[in-house]
Structure formats: structure tokens, C-alpha cells
Design a protein around this ligand. Structure first.
Ligand SMILES: Cc1c[n+]2nc(N)[nH]c2nc1OC(C)C
Length: 322
């Protein structure tokens, strides 16, 4: 039995490491075929020894028994939406409104991020293990999609390293990379099956499957963009928090940068817009967030959106009329 146990542990460790290299470091060291071979061996081993199968085992990536319905999850900390700016003038006004509110002539440092065109989700890790995943829903209540999210190889089932809060809620975007979207649609078209209009709809449709084996067959990925529960145990910089999440094994867009003032945000906006068509994922704008958490808390929220953050949306991309 011990060699079964040690082989099971070894397979789990290898699959976790290869998944991390591929999805978080974007630096795979083995071909996909090797990952798939190890996964097949793990699944076969757990069929013979079902007691070894746990929610932390990489074998959950292939999905399991379908649900009859989704249950609802109440977000302990509401998941809010974002106000928008559409021009440089509105961006300056956004910054000035915060100065007025704080009654201080502050030079803000902003954490600037691409605004991915996917589905916002909340991931709850308890003692480093992924125990619950939920959609944003209406911001107060979302759908519980834990089994589906467990099939997304970019999302760690167990956090890496140490020092994380006992309860850590990671917020971010589940998305379908452009290449995966095109390949999936080409296959669906060839098979006379339903094709999706765009990667966002494909990601939403794939996540809302009651059968997680269907979700597992879809090329979904994830980028973290914030922290909910447990954030108060992390530092006073949003950017540092995001990089801490990356150290714990969560993927972070390589485009996330710190910029000074509205001018820095505008430069970030112009750079991402210029490279929009080369990015491997679809975005509908960029997001600027005051990096200092204490200032975020002093600024608070207006209705459902924070005073301390805004999206800067791009014009809708012209659809090619073939
Ligand atoms: C709705 C949303 C969406 N996004 N997308 C990114 N990158 N950050 C981010 N933050 C959000 O909301 C927080 C600022 C509360």
C-alpha cells in the first residue's frame, strides 16, 4: 500500500507543479502529452483506490457527476461593479474628485490593470485549500460553481508557499483566451455543434454548466485582480497584494503595473489600446485603482461602485462584416 500512496503523492505533486509552470509562470517544462499521461495514471489509480481521491487531487480537473441545480452564495463582502471614464478629461475629473473628497492635494499612485472580458468570480481558500467558488451574480449573491472552477487548471486547488490568511477570498476574471476560443469554435463548427459569439459568452456558458465534465473540456483560464475576505491581513498596497497572490500560486496578468497620476494612467491606457489586438485574451478596457489600501477605505464606495477605482473602456471593436 505504501508504494501506492507514494506514487499517488508523486503524481499529485508533479501535476500541481506542471500546472503551475504552464498557467502561472507561462513556462511549461514538459509537453502537454506528459501532463495528460500523468493525469490518466492518477485517475486510474484513484479508481482502484477511491479513498485517495480528495477535492485537492488534480484529478478533479476532469470534472465529476453533474449537479441538478446551482446553489446560491451570499458574498460576505459585496462584489461591486465599476464606474467608467471614456476620455482623458473624465480621467482628470476622476482624480480631482478624489482629491476634493480627501481634502488633500495628493499625488496618487495607481495600480493599472487590463479589464478582461470574462466572468468575475470569487474563490474562497480555507487553510490554503480551495473550498468554494462563486459567480459575482448581482454583487450580493452569486451562483456556487466550485466543481466547475476546480476544472480550471490555472486556478490552484491548494495555495503554494505559506503565510496566507486562514480564510482568503481571491477575486478575479475567468476568461477564454482567443486561441482556445477559435479552436473550440472551429471544432464545434466542424461537428455541427453550437458555436459561441465571443470568448466572454463562451466563458460564461462554460462556467454555468451543471456538468463539470463539459466545463473541463473548455479552454478556460483565470487572472486574479483583488482580494475580499482576508485582505485586511495583507499589506497596504493593492499591487503588492496581487503579487502576493501570484506567490501563492494564483495567475496574474503580466500587464499589471503601478503608474503615477492620471498622466500615468493615460499612458497605460494608450499602451494597452495600441497592443489590444496582440493580447492573447479579449479586454474591454483598463482599470485604474488607487494603490494605497488606506486611501481606498477613506474614499469608500458610491452606491455600488468604489470612489477609488474606475474602468476606462475602449470603443467596441468593429465587427468584421465578411
Ligand atoms: C469589477 C472589477 C473588475 N476588474 N477587472 C480588473 N482587472 N480589476 C477589477 N476590479 C473590479 O472591481 C473592484 C475595483 C471592486
Amino acid at each position: 500500500m505504501s508504494d501506492i500512496l507514494s506514487r499517488h503523492r508523486q503524481l499529485c505533486e508533479l501535476l500541481v507543479e506542471y500546472g503551475h509552470q504552464y498557467y502561472v509562470l507561462d513556462n511549461p517544462t514538459v509537453p502537454d502529452a506528459e501532463y495528460d499521461r500523468l493525469m490518466r495514471e492518477l485517475i486510474a489509480l484513484e479508481v482502484d483506490h477511491p479513498e485517495l481521491k480528495t477535492p485537492a487531487s488534480p484529478s478533479v480537473r476532469v470534472g465529476g457527476q453533474p449537479l441538478s441545480a446551482f446553489s446560491q452564495v451570499r458574498h460576505e463582502i459585496p462584489m461591486l461593479s465599476l464606474d467608467n471614464v471614456f476620455s482623458d478629461e473624465e480621467l482628470q475629473a476622476f482624480e480631482q474628485r478624489m482629491r476634493d473628497r480627501l481634502k488633500r492635494e495628493l499625488n496618487f499612485t495607481f495600480c493599472c490593470e487590463p479589464k478582461l472580458d470574462g466572468l468575475a468570480v470569487s474563490l474562497l481558500y480555507v487553510d490554503g485549500q480551495l473550498v468554494q467558488a462563486a459567480t459575482r451574480g448581482d454583487g450580493a449573491t452569486g451562483e456556487e460553481i466550485t466543481e466547475n472552477v476546480r476544472t480550471i487548471k490555472a486556478i490552484p486547488l491548494v495555495l503554494r508557499g505559506s503565510g496566507w490568511p486562514a480564510r482568503l477570498e481571491v477575486r478575479g476574471e475567468v476568461f477564454m483566451p482567443k486561441a482556445g476560443f477559435e479552436a473550440m469554435n472551429a471544432k464545434a463548427q466542424a461537428a455541427g455543434e453550437k458555436v459561441f459569439v465571443n470568448p466572454r459568452n463562451a466563458a460564461a456558458g462554460s462556467l454555468r454548466q451543471l456538468d463539470s465534465r463539459i466545463t473541463a473540456s473548455r479552454p478556460l483560464s483565470f487572472y486574479a485582480y483583488g482580494v475580499g475576505i482576508g485582505g485586511d491581513e495583507l499589506g497596504n498596497s493593492h499591487f503588492a497584494r496581487l503579487n502576493q497572490l501570484k506567490a501563492w500560486g494564483l495567475p496574474l496578468s503580466p500587464e499589471v503595473k503601478l503608474k503615477e497620476g492620471a498622466a500615468g494612467c493615460q499612458a497605460f491606457h494608450d499602451d494597452i489600446l495600441a497592443r489590444r489586438s496582440e493580447l492573447p485574451y479579449e479586454i474591454d478596457g483598463v482599470v485604474y485603482k488607487v494603490d494605497d489600501i488606506a486611501l481606498q477605505q477613506e474614499l469608500g464606495f458610491v452606491a455600488r461602485a468604489p470612489r477609488w477605482a474606475t474602468a476606462h473602456k475602449f470603443p467596441a471593436e468593429e465587427e468584421m462584416t465578411l
